[in-house]
Design a protein around this ligand. Sequence first.
Ligand code: KIV
Length: 285
Amino acid sequence: MPKKNTITTLLDMKKRGEKVSQVTSYDYSMARIADAAGINTILVGDSLGMTMQGYSDTLPVTMDEMVIYGRSVGRACKNTFVILDMPFMSYQASVEQAVRNAGRLMKETFANAVKLEGGKRVAPQIKAIVESGIPVCAHVGMTPQSANMFGGFKVQGKGEENARRVLEDALAVEEAGAFMCVLECVPPKLAALITKKTRMITIGIGGGAGCDGQVLVMQDMMGVGLEGDFVPKFVKRFAEVGKIMTDAYKAYDAEVKAGTYPDAAHSYVKSDCSDEFYARLDEEY
Ligand code: KIV
């Protein structure tokens, strides 16, 4: 019988050298399946701005939207630990703003932790949120909310100076109290070194195999998309759900148009009235 993942069981996994799995989910149906499959942690990422809302980046996502998506995921998770992203500009302005919004996400959803992007510069926010009793997952390296500063979604930590900066960011968020840290799009040796240097659980996405765990965006790993869509180098497709769905939609469309669906097997024939009744009804009206 699988047990509820908690901050303690997850940190124990790191101590035992066991890898931690994480996927993004944004709704009840998908989260239920991930939970039943034994995924350790779900991230309700602000990537939902792109995957669920069709924006080209995560910046437009609001607190209200995070609450709606987060609640649906939280309701689905019996064992999986749920982390909610704090959206752009919900924590950058001040420590007080960060604590209030982290508190709102915890009060209005079924989240177990919040995640915010940035290293040294958000360490005061992380410290205050943790002191309020809310577990924090940090996020360093390529932080999508700052993509405009990076000139796009680009690998971070390349070259000695940048590698040092990412390491110092990771150490700063650990010092502030984060229990977990996403390492996004950084060289594998740097991710492995950070993983060795910290008690935090490191979760890689484009950070190589040396992290304590891995996260993938559900649509990427499941192939929920269309042929020709851009696929980042680090993504491995574990299924071709988009293709399966396209084939199913085409088959449905064809059967509806041919009149072969619904047939008797998919109709409420048994509870139907007699032909005589319908003949009378026909005459009456
Ligand atoms: O928003 C998100 O889904 C994320 C992951 C890509 C780590 O931050």
